[in-house]
Design a protein around this ligand. Structure first.
Ligand code: 5AD
Ligand code: SF4
Length: 440
């Protein structure tokens, strides 16, 4: 038997790319590949890329440049680009960087084994189609090997919202939901392999409407089906759009014990003028009312958000409206970005904000968000929370896990194992994590 070929995958960007990389590694596993942690001994290198901001996309080319020496030493080495840069730039990637052998868009991963075989014959291969077939069904089943206690599971992909700044509707395509039975089968499979917590993924996950036994199902209905899976202890989902936050999902946050009290609900900006220009189809006020309804169902829920500052035509007054909204909502965690022009999106054509003003706004917003994050984290001290242990800590006898609210928690003198869920009292709050002690 010949030695297995080695595959090095580097993943950029969002959690869906993390999930896709796992699935690609499994698909190529069927072709005799095993994963390696270093590009140096790889027979194939795959970069799973992100196109959301210019910086993320440019990183890919500098990374590819670094593989020149490797390819010169090992002419059989195949180099592939997957993900959203592959989708957006296609053939241009091979023109700009001729050492690339293979370019595969996110909707064509099931064709990767055939593409790899073609690339082995010295052909350059490219596939950025949006085929009709379900790539996840065509991909080989996930192998049964044991794995860590948390996993991602894609339930929905693509977006029809067309926010004026965003490449996702172009790179990931139209909104598509996977049928519920396939998701449930995959979830049971993950649980058999040791998974205790599943994060359901979708660019617009709360718009989920996959086929169920009695017609299309909502995300809340899917969550209630997952709630019945024995051995699955925790359910999360991301990313949601405010306009798709239906009543049954809000109710589930109050009623479903396995659904964790954490919600990532991007608002992007607090000025109605800017929200309109962004094509967000909600106002600051409607977002705040929505948060109130969610908190009425689940008062302790931790709210997370995404923000863009320096969107075209944003004035200081518009920015102040974003700061006011943040003050009102009080975020437990948040991600904030300076607007980055993306070719092909509507906002790219508009008058841009002075970069120095945008930098200054980003700093002020991040200072406020960091302060809120700190306050919410500190408010956990003295409380009892669930913690799912994910790994051993650096100190002897210490274990590290995530709380229900997704805070990292360190527990000393901990006799529990990875994958155990325990009740923990939080005793102190450090810069990036909490410390707690087991109860009982
Ligand atoms: N510039 C800056 N940030 C962006 N995002 C999406 N597109 C852009 C862009 N062109 C941010 C949004 C989104 C998050 C994933 O990335 O806040 O919610
Ligand atoms: Fe992009 Fe999200 Fe807007 Fe869709 S809803 S266009 S993924 S920011």
């Amino acid at each position: 038997m010949s030695a297995p070929k080695k595959l090095f995958i580097k993943t950029y960007g969002c959690q869906m790319n993390v999930y896709d990389s796992e699935r690609m590694a499994e698909a190529l596993g069927g072709e005799g590949y095993v994963e390696t942690k270093s590009p140096d001994d790889a027979d194939m290198i795959l970069l799973n890329t992100c196109h959301i901001r210019e910086k993320a996309a440019e990183k890919v080319y500098s990374e590819l440049g670094r593989f020149k020496g490797l390819k010169a030493d090992k002419p059989d080495l195949k180099i592939g680009v997957a993900g959203c840069v592959a989708q957006a730039e296609g053939e241009e990637i091979m023109r700009r960087q001729p050492l690339v052998d293979l370019v595969v868009g996110p909707q064509s991963y099931h064709r990767l084994p055939e593409m790899e075989a073609k690339a082995r014959t010295g052909e350059k291969v490219l596939d950025t189609d949006f085929p009709e077939e379900d790539k996840f069904e065509k991909l080989k089943n996930r192998p049964k090997a044991k794995r860590g206690p948390t996993a991602f599971l894609t339930v929905q992909e693509g977006c029809d919202k067309f926010c004026a700044f965003c490449v996702v509707p172009y790179t990931r395509g139209a909104e598509v939901s996977r049928p519920a039975d396939r998701i449930l089968r995959e979830a049971r499979d993950l649980v058999e392999r040791g998974v205790r917590e599943i994060t359901l993924l979708g660019q617009n996950v709360n718009a989920y409407h996959g086929a169920g036994p009695n017609g299309d199902m909502t995300l809340a209905q899917l969550i209630w089906e997952l709630d019945k899976v024995d051995g699955l202890e925790r359910i999360r989902f991301t990313t949601s759009h405010p306009n798709d936050m239906q009543d049954d999902l809000i109710e589930a946050h109050g009623a479903c014990a396995k659904l964790m009290p954490y919600l990532h609900l991007p608002v992007q900006a607090g000025s109605d003028k800017i929200l309109k220009r962004m094509n967000r189809a909600h106002t600051a006020e409607s977002y705040i009312r929505l948060i109130e309804r969610i908190r009425a169902a689940r008062p302790d829920i931790l709210i997370s958000g995404d923000f863009i500052v320096g969107f075209p035509e944003e004035t200081e007054e518009d920015f102040q409206a974003t700061m006011d909204l943040v003050e009102e909502v009080k975020y437990g965690t948040a991600y904030s970005f300076k607007y980055s022009t993306r070719p092909g999106t509507p906002a790219a054509e508009r008058a841009q904000v002075d970069p120095a003003a945008a930098d200054d706004r980003l700093q002020r917003l991040q200072a406020l968000l960091t302060q809120q994050q700190r306050e919410v984290q500190d408010s956990m001290v003295g409380r009892e929370v669930g913690v799912l242990f994910e790994k051993a800590g650096r100190l002897p006898g210490q274990m590290v896990g995530k709380s229900d609210y997704l805070h990292a928690v360190h527990v000393a003198d901990c006799d529990r194992n990875i994958g155990d869920l325990a009740r923990v009292r939080i005793v102190s709050s450090g810069p990036n994590s909490l410390a707690g002690e087991l109860i009982g």
